[in-house]
Design a protein around this ligand. Structure first.
Ligand code: DON
Length: 346
């Protein structure tokens, strides 16, 4: 009798385990076929994650709500999937570097960026001054070994956008960002003021880049415009649409506007792949295969070419300056949707 009831209890336990496996497998399968299921699953998994800390070297960023969490995924045929906060704007910060670099590539060709700034990872932090000295050492023996996604290269890229005066250059920079989001963006004035009051390090970087010949125009203007572009306000859907435009060979899949020549998109993605998450770019690529870019405002964008663009906003950052929750959520969603381009287009 006792033996029989043990057998029944054991069978019951096995039944529960089997049911749990079936439910997990179905969820996994659901997530694979259903971007909304993948987005929801990642949102629920990471909504209580508290690791990381807001950037505070720009005082306005320390005041942003650390609980803010929004996910958006836009497919190359213009479908939008989302979870969490989609309306709150954060400053775009370093994610803008992708689009100013893309603007220079669009207007002057990929070789303009390669020759003036370089397309190699520095292995250093995003605002490293030692990296500038290292670049200086290789000048004369080939192209500079830097890239347009670290501050010195980004300030130089901004200086390369042509225009009769600062206002004309700015109109082009924000106009290009508007084309990628499909809406009129604005500068978050509190962030712009806070960053302008505290950007002495970037001014030093701009002055050095001018002294060493990488910036050939007014470096003060370049630093100011760079600070402005970093202060543009964006929400998660804006960022995902920007990423999706790169995933769709330069055509904004929501507005239908061809924003860049298709042939000029791969060089942009290449620099994102090698340097988009700074000194953690290798780890990121190893786990996801996705060209991506982070910003200290808490956003990260990632591109699965031909498939989708994805963005997450969550302000707390890790030591490299990349949003903790955004990295986890994007990796989880992309892997569920077979987004890794290095996996061979399943
Ligand atoms: O130049 C700065 O310090 C900021 N405006 C941008 C830095 C940034 O977003 C680095 N990204 N993770």
């Amino acid at each position: 009798m006792a033996r029989n009831s043990r057998i029944v209890r054991r069978a019951g336990r096995l039944g529960v385990v089997a049911a749990a496996i079936v439910v997990a497998a179905c969820m996994q399968l659901g997530a694979q076929n259903d971007p909304q299921a993948a987005v929801n699953a990642a949102f629920n998994k990471f909504k209580t994650l508290k690791e990381g800390k807001n950037a505070d070297y720009i005082p306005a960023l320390a005041k942003v709500d650390p609980n803010l969490f929004g996910i958006a995924l836009v497919t190359t045929d213009g479908k939008v999937y989302s979870a969490g906060d989609l309306t709150t704007e954060v400053s775009i910060q370093s994610i803008s570097k992708v689009f100013t670099m893309a603007q220079v590539i669009q207007e002057q060709g990929p070789e303009a960026i390669e020759k003036r700034i370089g397309v190699d990872a520095t292995g250093a932090r995003f605002n490293s001054i030692i990296a500038i000295e290292a670049v200086r050492n290789v000048v004369g023996s080939g192209a500079p070994e830097m890239n347009a996604l670290v501050n010195p290269g980004a300030i130089s890229a901004t200086s390369m956008v042509t225009g009769a005066n600062a206002d004309a250059v700015w109109a082009k920079i924000i106009g290009f960002h508007n084309d990628f989001t499909g809406r009129q963006l604005k500068v978050l004035q509190d962030v712009y003021k806070s960053e302008s009051d505290s950007n002495q390090r970037n001014q030093a970087i701009g002055a050095l880049m001018f002294a060493y010949g990488y910036i050939k125009t007014d470096w003060r203007q370049a630093v100011d415009l760079y600070t402005r572009q970093c202060s543009i306000g964006v929400n998660a859907k804006d960022l995902a649409t920007m990423a999706a435009t790169l995933a769709a060979r330069g055509k904004n899949p929501v507005t239908g506007k061809q924003v860049m020549d298709p042939a000029k998109v791969p060089p942009v993605l290449a620099v994102m792949a090698t340097a988009g998450l700074y000194d953690d770019s290798g780890k990121w690529l190893y786990h996801t295969g996705l060209p991506a870019k982070s910003g200290v405002g808490g956003g990260i964008i990632a591109v699965s070419p031909g498939k989708f663009g994805i963005a997450v906003i969550s302000p707390p950052l890790d030591d490299a300056g990349n949003s903790v929750r955004a990295q986890r959520a994007i990796a989880e969603i992309s892997n569920a949707l077979n987004g890794n381009p290095l996996a061979g287009g399943r």
